[in-house]
Structure formats: C-alpha cells, structure tokens
Design a protein around this ligand. Structure first.
Ligand code: SIN
Ligand code: CO
Length: 387
C-alpha cells in the first residue's frame, strides 16, 4: 500500500486516500498512457447504436447554446444526422464491452470492486460539453483522445440551485479555481460535490471511471423487499405486560418504545438484513450487459485442464465476498453463490481481479461443477490460451 503509484503522479495510495479521496481534486499528467487508442471516436458512435447499450446524446441548440436537449438510448443513425455544432455522446459501461478497458480498473488497486460503478466514455467535437455541473460520486476523468479543457469550481450539495427548465442539472455559475487542458493519458480526480466543466478543444474522448456508494433510501427498499418474503413477520406481536390506563387516546412511552424496540431488535439480528445488503451491492447497474454464454458442462472443462485456459471475472458481472466465521460468502449479480469449499480460495482470487490458470489443481468433480455453474451464469469466463 505504501508504494508510489504512477497513476497518482508518484504519491502513494495512502497519501491519496488521506489527502484527496472525497476531498480535493488531483491532476496527473500522463497518468494512464495505456488508455490512448483503446477507443476511437468512430468506435464510440458505433457502440452507441448497439442494442442494450446505455447512451445519451446531448445537444445544444445552434441559435441558443443555453438550450439543451438530451436523447437517451436506444439511439439511431438518424440521431447523428443534422447534429448541431455542439453535442456530446455519452456511452456508459464501456468496460463491459472491452477487456482492455476493464483491465484499466487495475490502475486503482486501492479502491475495492464493490465501490466501482462503470467506465463511461464521452465523445464531443470542439466546443462540446455536458455543461457546468457536479456529481454525487467520485470520478477519475482520463483523456483518451484529443484535448479537453477542465474548469473546477466551488463545492456543491443537495441545496445547490440548478438552472430551471433544462433536461440536465446545470449550474448557473462556477467560481473557477482550476483551469487546465488535459491531453491523452492525463487524469483528473474530481471528488463528489465539486463543480466541474469540461469543454472539448478538438475531437475528444474522455473516460470517466465512476465509483458508486449506496444511498440509504435504496438500501431500505432492498431490505424491506427481503422482509416482505418472510411470512412469519406478518404475525402480530405479543402485547406488553399491560397496565390499566385512563388515557384511551394515548400510546404511552412504554408502549411506544416496546414497538420501536421490537422493530430495531429484529433489524439488528435479521438474516435478511445482511442478504439484502450483499444482494444490493453485488447487483450490476447494467444487467442487460451480462452476456448469455454458451452452456458448458463439467466434462467439457475437464478436457481443457492444463491447456492454457484461464478463468477471469466476466467484465459485466459483479462478484463480491464477505468473510464470515472464517469462510467465504460469495455474491454475484444480486444472488448468493454456493460453491464447494475447495474452490473458495480460488474464487476469492478471481473476485479480487486475478486471472487463474485452469490447471490440474481444478481436477475435481465438485470444483468443475462449480466452475461450469459460474460460466453458465456469466459470472466468470474462460480466456483462451494466449499465442
Ligand atoms: C464528460 O466527459 O464530458 C463528462 C464527464 C463528467 O463530467 O463527469
Ligand atoms: Co461530471
């Protein structure tokens, strides 16, 4: 952890997490040269037209660039005809479509996978932008092609006012504190709440490595959905040791705190609670990107053992685990995953982002059954032998 990282401009992960993460921006020149050339502008346009891709086309009126228009996917070829001068195409989760792009997450080994959301790419011609705004999440903005001028301003929060009647949450003004042009490979970390404004200087691709955190409202929804499945909870509670009362309209403090304690006590020990949180955290934000693999059987796998195949995490899937009483509890794409004990240590390594060679150590019927099940559910995938 104390090693200095090129992606952070030579500071350590520890220093970055203490001084910058969720607090202040960081600009690193030539932080990620590997990103250059992974996508070209034409690739982004082609990808945006594909089925199931989540994309948005943002346009500013020629006559009045303060008038914005947003079209969400499905996008069609017609959407790209007669474009105004200023536009931006945003394509979400490009890491789900390209191994080379999903590998780039490894540049941030100090943030666990459950915090990752997706890598979005934006394509804009000179002058294109998505306006002055802020996001509620951490983002590393990495220039992939062309140049983008980034301005950073004041911190914002829930009370920040937006320009009315626009399809985007745009800020009326920014108090500029930072003004730099990013070239291919340069990186800018923007913490949650910090206002930012990126304008393309030429034909430009910017990759946004976005991180997610759950909100309490969604967590409560998930937990209550899980509780709804438990019919025992529909039984009325027993009454408290009842005392006579003259105040028939009152729920007295003892009664009220009895009801509240019953609820809170159950919540703290309910097995549904942990399951709901793990299911939620392991859900993909883009489940349509999870491919439908060809069915394999354990016997197919035993034939390729030792021939150079590797097991890796399917880029569109989420695989997380918890250590509980000394054993692993795996969750993938919102579901609990039961696997045989001998495979747990290997699956942990896959969830941590490692490629695992399908070697003789996997020559066990139960383990091969597990692997076949994970392949058939597109949680992991097989990487053929490299030439
Ligand atoms: C962009 O790439 O134009 C927008 C990315 C962002 O502001 O988060
Ligand atoms: Co933003």
């Amino acid at each position: 952890m104390s090693q200095s990282l090129a992606v952070l401009g030579g500071i350590t992960a520890e220093q970055f997490l203490n001084e910058y993460w969720q607090k202040k921006p960081l600009l690193v020149r030539n932080a990620m040269p590997e990103i250059i050339g992974l996508l070209e502008p034409e690739d982004v346009q082609e990808l945006a037209l594909e089925e199931d891709v989540t994309a948005r086309l943002i346009r500013q009126k020629n006559k009045n660039p303060n008038e914005w228009h947003v079209k969400s996917s499905p996008l069609t070829k017609g959407d790209f005809q007669k474009l105004p001068n200023l536009w931006t195409l945003l394509v979400q989760a490009v890491d789900h479509y390209s191994f080379d792009i999903s590998e780039l997450w490894k540049k941030f080994p100090f943030i666990p996978q459950w915090r990752r959301d997706d890598i979005m790419v934006s394509y804009a011609p000179k002058g294109g932008s998505v306006g002055k705004h802020f996001d509620f999440y951490d983002v590393f903005l990495v220039q992939g092609h062309g140049h983008r001028r980034w301005q950073l301003g004041q911190m914002c929060d829930e009370s920040t006012q937006f320009i009315p009647d626009q399809p985007l949450k745009l800020l009326p003004e920014m108090d500029i504190q930072f003004d730099e042009v990013l070239a291919p490979g340069d990186l800018l970390y923007v913490p949650p709440g910090l206002s930012h404004y990126g304008v393309a200087e030429d034909d430009c691709l910017t990759f946004s490595f976005g991180f997610r955190m759950p909100n309490l409202s969604e967590m409560i929804d998930q937990v209550s959905d899980k509780f709804a499945e438990n019919t025992l909870l529909k039984n009325p509670l027993a009454d408290i040791a009842r005392q006579q009362t003259a105040h028939l309209g009152e729920i007295n403090e003892v009664e009220f705190s009895y009801l509240k304690t019953q609820l809170l006590d159950y919540l703290t020990k309910a097995p549904e609670f942990d399951a709901a949180i793990m299911a939620y955290m392991s859900e993909s934000s883009y489940p349509n990107n999870i491919p439908e693999p060809e069915e394999v059987e354990a016997s197919d796998l035993s034939e390729i053992i030792g021939t150079g195949y590797e097991l890796i995490l399917e880029p569109a899937s989420r695989l997380l685990y918890r250590m509980q009483n000394g054993s692993f509890d795996f969750w993938a794409n919102g579901e609990n995953v039961c696997i045989s004990k001998p495979f747990a240590a290997q699956l942990k390594r896959i969830a941590d982002g490692e490629n695992i060679a399908l070697d003789e150590s996997f020559n066990d019927d139960a383990v091969l059954e597990d692997i076949a099940m994970l392949l058939n559910n597109a949680v992991v995938m097989l990487l053929p032998p490299q030439e």
